[in-house]
Design a binder for this molecule. Structure first.
Ligand SMILES: CC(C)(COP(=O)(O)OP(=O)(O)OC[C@H]1O[C@@H](n2cnc3c(N)ncnc32)[C@H](O)[C@@H]1OP(=O)(O)O)[C@@H](O)C(=O)NCCC(=O)NCCS
Length: 420
């Protein structure tokens, strides 16, 4: 019997290129910018980078989790329109929490595979800073003496009421299940920071970043909008979270839950960002002489128990490999989202992964995890890293709160039979 889950194979679907804003610690220099404007910025930049005319885009697929302002409903539409995509072209909002960015590619792949679209613009945008302080029970007024229920949306959204625990506790469950110690988690986190700093110094990250500046996004016949940085800041060009973090420094940080292994130093950092990519059919690639970054080969999504949601990438990757007829050792590079250090280590142990192939340019512990953006970044990063390393296949994957895992298989066009 086939394991349960979605599997989609794409025969001739290509990621032309991707681009992202810097990932900036929350409450930092882009904390006041709406996710829609961050998304427009990334969308415009990727069209420019790929040389794809906005008029060629057939589908806008955008992801965003935290409502960053009152226009979240129209975020995909506004990203498309202000990126110059024709008014007739539809746009959709996609949410699969931490797997949203991958889901954008999965849906783009299905649209292109089915012939519904030739070119899809995929955009993930997230402002962790602008998570609202929200209340859901005051529509009918405030009763005298009753509690006033405003709460931090981000803090509350990181809990799973079915399991009665928060996301950090799901990682603690995995730490217990796989016998992962605080020392092991800090060591993994320290190496994530070191790899991210080395990749930044080598210029790897700069290759996928478009700096954020103050600018106006015009759209003929409609209200202009844009990004205004604060007076003293003229440009935001770099990720801000990664810094060398030796194990002995990380070891001193207080556990989020007493006796646990997860701390603020070995869990994903909270950052603001957007990332975008252009996905196109083989016919479009050939007709326009494009040199794609990667072939989007296949995608898999599965469910796992909510209380160990972080193990999701393991069965998703197993399903992907099984259905593609590949083995783990044929995969040259892995990007698996570091939601929490113990979570990523549990996935690595479950799959018996070679850590030298995993997150070689640093992960979310060092760089941050802007929920809907992460999958776009990891897909772009694994594709660029496969090129750099000369690997044929790469997998990018994430766990998903509520208990899911999602994984994408990419092929380096330089090793692809189809493009030849
Ligand atoms: C773990 C978490 C709760 C910590 O939040 P926080 O308490 O606001 O974290 P901070 O960044 O303030 O870090 C806590 C402390 O560690 C310190 N710290 C963090 N990283 C550090 C590093 N690399 N080196 C040295 N110190 C570090 C901070 O300076 C801070 O110190 P302070 O208390 O003296 O100010 C939060 O980051 C989180 O929930 N992350 C995971 C999100 C997640 O699960 N996403 C996936 C959803 S499935």
């Amino acid at each position: 019997m086939q394991p349960k889950g979605f599997f989609s194979a794409f025969h001739d679907v290509w990621m032309l290129d991707g681009v992202r804003t810097p990932m900036v610690d929350y409450c930092g220099a882009i904390g006041h910018v709406s996710p829609t404007d961050l998304g427009i910025k990334a969308a415009r930049a990727v069209l420019q980078r790929t040389g794809v005319s906005a008029g060629d885009v057939d589908s806008v697929i955008a992801g965003n989790m935290a409502p960053g302002d009152f226009e979240q409903f129209v975020l995909p539409r506004h990203i498309g329109l202000y990126a110059g995509v024709p008014v007739e072209v539809p746009a959709i909002m996609v949410q699969r929490i931490c797997g949203t960015g991958f889901e954008l590619f999965r849906q783009a792949g299905e649209q292109i595979q089915s012939g519904a679209a030739s070119v899809a613009l995929v955009v993930g945008a997230e402002s962790m800073t602008r998570n609202p302080i929200a209340a859901f029970e005051h529509r009918t007024g405030f009763k005298l003496g009753a509690p006033v229920g405003f709460k931090d949306f981000m803090w509350e959204a990181l809990k799973d009421s079915a399991a009665g625990i928060d996301m950090i506790q799901t990682a603690e469950n995995l730490a217990k299940k796989y016998g992962i110690t605080r020392e092991a988690v800090d060591e993994f986190a320290s190496s994530s920071f070191a790899k991210a700093v080395a990749a930044r110094e080598a210029g790897f990250h700069a290759g996928e970043i478009v700096p954020v500046v103050s600018e106006t996004f015009e759209l003929a016949g409609y209200a202009p909008r844009g990004i205004r940085l604060s007076g003293k800041v003229s440009e935001v060009a770099h990720d801000t979270h990664a810094r060398l973090s030796p194990v002995d420094v990380l070891a001193k940080l207080k556990a989020v839950h007493a006796g646990g292994v997860q701390t603020g130093g070995n869990s994903a950092a909270l950052v603001d960002a957007a990332a975008a990519a252009v996905v196109a059919s083989g016919d479009y690639v050939k007709a326009h002489g494009k040199k794609p970054l990667a072939r989007v080969v296949a995608a898999a999504v599965v469910g796992v128990p909510p209380e160990i949601m972080g193990i999701g990438p393991a069965p998703a990757i197993r399903l992907l490999l099984q259905r593609c007829g590949l083995t783990l050792d044929q995969i040259g590079r892995f990007e698996i989202n570091e939601a929490q250090g113990a979570q990523t280590l549990a996935v690595a142990r479950e799959l018996d992964l070679d850590l030298r192939k995993l997150n070689v340019n640093g992960g979310a512990i060092a760089m941050g995890h802007p929920l809907a953006v992460t999958g776009v970044r990891l897909t772009m990063t694994v594709a660029r890293e496969m090129r750099r390393a000369g690997a044929r296949y790469g997998i990018a994957s994430a766990c998903v709160g509520g208990g899911q895992g999602i994984a994408l298989l990419l092929e380096n066009p330089q090793g692809s039979e189809i493009l030849k």
